[in-house]
Design a protein around this ligand. Structure first.
Ligand code: UDP
Length: 326
């Protein structure tokens, strides 16, 4: 399909969802490690602006493709990292079928590619596999509390299926697999309108609009800065750990407090308004990262204040310029 552009690449990685928030940061990291990167994305929630800086890079190739369909790659591939999926509640409410398809058919195709190439496979799984958890904090051994027919079920169940499929390919086909259970992550390249708490609060505060807290805001999340997350994922890829590993920052905070901190950081006059809590919104969430500490020797390093500052800088810039055209 493509010939080498004379690069001295030694390791080649395919990143599905490579134009998304996490996917594009992952492409950056793999390129920085000297790898050759093939980024696959159909741009339904990914954005070319996230990879625009990589398009001329001789070790980088972009393929506009929906990973739920068969893909042929006529090159050596050492790693397949499957990050394609709508990933915010608003996105998967809007795209329920696509979310189910990319988690099921897409994971099947990505695993098939890894098997055909003899490549290592890393699945971007999620804390949503724990649903609205009854065990707190959540260790990997917890099986979760998910409503299969609720609005969030399309994402949660697709990711649970992805994990099952990944383990089946590992056990039956001997594919070398990794499963990262990714907890809430934030940072530059999140979409302003993806509906998640941090971009929503930051853009509302920067525009001087009301900041919308759902429910009474007592529900908690534990937020991880993107650079820490990418380091954890890279370490997992390089490890020999097949079992699922939580990657996230245990720094837990009620959502209303997060909203207050963001308003204060922006220096905005915005007021908090309370809106209806979405269905099945988890009441608490905090990763138990003992395994990642022990097996990957990884722990997050960037504290919330610093992470929020860096992210705010990105949104300030972004709000001054029009959204990129896809
Ligand atoms: N949330 C909120 N206001 C918003 C967006 C989200 O209060 O404008 C809440 C949401 O109900 C949830 C938390 O913030 O309790 C985190 O939501 P997010 O969409 O960021 O991630 P997830 O629910 O998938 O963890």
């Amino acid at each position: 399909m493509m010939t080498s552009k004379g690069s001295n690449k030694s390791i080649a990685s395919v990143v599905t969802g490579g134009a998304g928030f996490l996917g594009s940061h992952l492409c950056d990291r793999l390129l920085a490690e000297g790898q050759y990167v093939i980024c696959i994305d159909n741009l339904i929630t990914g954005e070319t602006s996230n990879i625009a800086h990589l398009l001329g890079h001789e070790h980088f190739r972009f393929i506009n493709h929906d990973i739920t369909n068969y893909i042929f790659i006529d090159e050596t591939v050492n790693n397949v990292l499957h990050f394609a999926s709508p990933a915010s509640p608003i996105d998967y409410l809007k795209l329920p079928i696509q979310t189910l398809k990319v988690g099921s058919l897409g994971t099947h195709k990505a695993l098939g590619l890894a098997k055909a190439k003899g490549a290592r496979f890393l699945l971007a799984s999620t804390s949503e596999v724990y649903g609205d958890p009854q065990v707190h904090p959540q260790p990997e051994s917890y099986w979760g509390n998910v409503n299969p027919i609720g609005y969030r079920g399309v994402y949660d169940e697709a990711k649970r299926f992805s994990e099952a499929m990944t383990m089946a390919y590992h056990r039956y086909h001997g594919v070398d697999t990794r499963i990262a259970r990714i907890f809430n992550t934030y940072g530059p390249r999140m979409r302003i309108n993806d509906g998640r708490a941090i971009p929503a609060f930051m853009s509302q505060a920067l525009r001087g609009e009301d900041v919308t807290v759902f429910g009474d805001g007592s529900q908690t999340r534990s937020v991880c800065y993107v650079d820490d997350m990418i380091e954890g994922i890279y370490r997992l890829l390089m490890s020999d750990v097949v079992e699922p590993i939580n990657i996230g920052n245990p720094d837990e905070i009620p959502i209303v407090q997060l909203a207050k901190e963001i308003i204060e950081l922006t220096g905005s006059n915005s007021k908090i308004v309370f809106k209806e809590l979405p269905e099945d919104d988890p009441k608490v969430r905090q990763p138990d990262i003992s395994k990642a500490r022990k097996l990957l020797m990884w722990a997050p390093k960037i504290n919330r204040k610093e992470g929020l500052k860096r992210t705010l800088e990105y949104f300030r810039q972004k709000l001054l310029v029009p959204e990129s055209v896809k």
